[in-house]
Design a protein around this ligand. Structure first.
Ligand SMILES: Nc1nc2c(ncn2[C@@H]2O[C@H](COP(=O)(O)OP(=O)(O)O)[C@@H](O)[C@H]2O)c(=O)[nH]1
Ligand SMILES: [Mg+2]
Ligand SMILES: [Zn+2]
Length: 336
C-alpha cells in the first residue's frame, strides 16, 4: 500500500521532470528543480517548519527544504529526498505513515508531531501520584493512534514492599488487559535493562505527568543525547532551538526514541467517541450485549456491563472512568 502510493507519486514526479526537460530550451527553470540529485531514502529527525533534518542512509544529517505540496512533516517521517545543492537537499515525497500523533496548533488545527510510532510509554511514579482516570485517558489516546501502550512505574527506589504491592494492585486492571508494566528507577537504574529490551526494535515516545521522571529516563536511555543535540544545532544553524523541537534519537541498544518536549502530557486531542472502546478493552467485549441497544450501563435492567462489574470481570473504577470520558466526549460534540 505504502509502496504503491509512493510509486505513483514518483511516477508523477518523473513525468513532470521529463516535461520540464522537454521545455528546457525555451523556458527558464528554477535551479533547484533542474539540478536535483537522484532520489534517496531518509528519515526525518527533527522539523523546523521550512527546514527538516533528514538522516540519510549513511547516517549523515542533511538539511532539507520540503516541497510545499507535502504539507508539514513530522519527526519520524520516512522520506524521499534529493540533493539540491552543496549544503543539503529537498524532500520530494513522504512514505505513507503507519501512525501519526498530532497536536492542535494555535488555531486548533492538528499539527503532525511524531510519525511511524510503534509505542507510547506512559511514565508513572509514586510521586507525583497518578490517578486511574489519567492512565485511562492516555490509553484511549494511545489506542486512537493505533500504537502499543507500555506502563512504566518509575522511582521504584522510593517504594518499600508494601507500597509497591499497593501500587501494583491499583494497576491490576491494566495488567489484566495485557498492558506490560515495568517498575524502574532512573536513579538506581533498576529495571532499565528490561525497559531497553522492550524499546528495542520499536519507535517510542515517553508521556506522563510533569515530575514523574521522563527527562531523567531519557537521560539514562540516551547517554549521548547532548552530543546529538550539538550536532543537530550545528547542522540546522538553529542553535539551542533544537532542544525544544521534537527529535528522534537512536537508542544505543536498538530502537528509536522520539523526544517531544511539548506533548509529554498529551491529552485527548482528536479522540472521538468511537475511539473510546478501543481504549477500554476490558469493557468493549460486553458492549452490545445489554437488553437495550441504547443502554447507558447505569441502572438499566439486564445490562451486560453491570453484570460483568458484579462478577468482578470489570473494575468499577474503570467503568466510572469510561462513563466520565463518554460524557465528556458527548458534551464536546465528538460523537462522530
Ligand atoms: N527517587 C527518585 N527520583 C527520581 C527518579 N527519577 C527522577 N526523579 C526525580 O524526580 C524529579 C522529576 O524528574 P524529571 O526527570 O525532571 O521529570 P519530568 O518532569 O517527567 O521530566 C527530579 O527531582 C528527579 O531527580 C527516580 O527513579 N527515583
Ligand atoms: Mg522533563
Ligand atoms: Zn448496559
Amino acid at each position: 500500500m505504502a509502496g504503491r502510493r509512493l510509486t505513483q507519486q514518483q511516477q508523477g514526479r518523473i513525468q513532470r521532470l521529463q516535461d520540464r526537460r522537454r521545455h528546457r530550451s525555451d523556458q527558464a527553470i528554477p535551479e533547484d528543480e533542474a539540478d536535483l540529485g537522484p532520489e534517496q531514502a531518509g528519515l526525518a529527525i527533527t522539523n523546523h517548519g521550512a527546514t527538516v533534518m533528514v538522516e540519510d542512509n549513511e547516517g549523515r544529517l542533511q538539511r532539507c527544504s520540503v516541497r510545499q505540496n507535502l504539507g508539514r512533516l513530522a519527526c519520524g517521517d520516512q522520506v524521499i529526498w534529493q540533493v539540491s545543492g552543496p549544503a543539503g537537499g529537498v524532500v520530494t515525497a513522504v512514505v505513507e505513515r503507519r501512525s501519526l500523533l498530532t497536536r492542535p496548533d494555535f488555531q486548533g488545527q492538528p499539527r503532525p508531531v511524531a510519525a511511524n510510532l510503534d509505542a507510547v510509554v506512559v511514565v508513572l511514579a509514586p510521586e507525583p501520584n497518578f490517578s486511574g482516570d489519567l492512565i485511562d485517558r492516555y490509553l484511549v489516546a494511545i489506542a486512537a493512534i493505533g500504537v502499543q501502550g507500555l506502563l512504566v512505574l518509575n522511582k521504584h527506589d522510593l517504594l518499600d514492599e508494601a507500597a509497591l504491592a499497593s501500587l501494583l494492585n491499583r494497576l491490576e486492571p491494566y495488567h489484566r488487559m495485557a498492558y506490560p508494566l515495568l517498575p524502574v528507577s532512573s536513579r538506581t537504574s533498576y529495571g532499565l535493562d528490561d525497559l531497553r529490551a522492550w524499546l528495542r526494535g520499536r519507535t517510542s515516545l515517553l508521556a506522563g505527568q510533569s515530575g514523574v521522571g521522563k527527562s531523567s529516563l531519557i537521560k539514562a536511555l540516551l547517554p549521548d543525547r547532548d552530543i546529538r543535540i550539538q550536532a543537530l544545532s550545528a547542522a540546522t544553524g538553529h542553535g539551542a532551538h533544537t532542544t525544544s523541537a521534537s527529535t528522534l534519537y537512536h537508542l544505543p541498544g536498538g530502537g528509536d526514541l522520539i523526544d517531544t518536549p511539548g506533548v509529554r502530557s498529551f491529552e485527548l486531542g482528536e479522540i472521538r467517541l468511537r475511539d473510546l472502546d478501543r481504549g477500554f478493552a476490558d469493557i468493549a467485549p460486553y458492549l452490545g450485549r445489554c437488553r437495550f441497544s441504547d443502554c447507558r450501563h447505569l441502572r438499566e435492567p439486564d445490562c451486560a456491563v453491570q453484570v460483568a462489574v458484579k462478577r468482578g470481570e470489570i473494575a468499577l473504577r474503570r467503568l466510572d472512568s469510561y462513563q466520565q470520558l463518554r460524557a465528556a466526549l458527548e458534551t464536546a460534540g465528538k460523537s462522530g
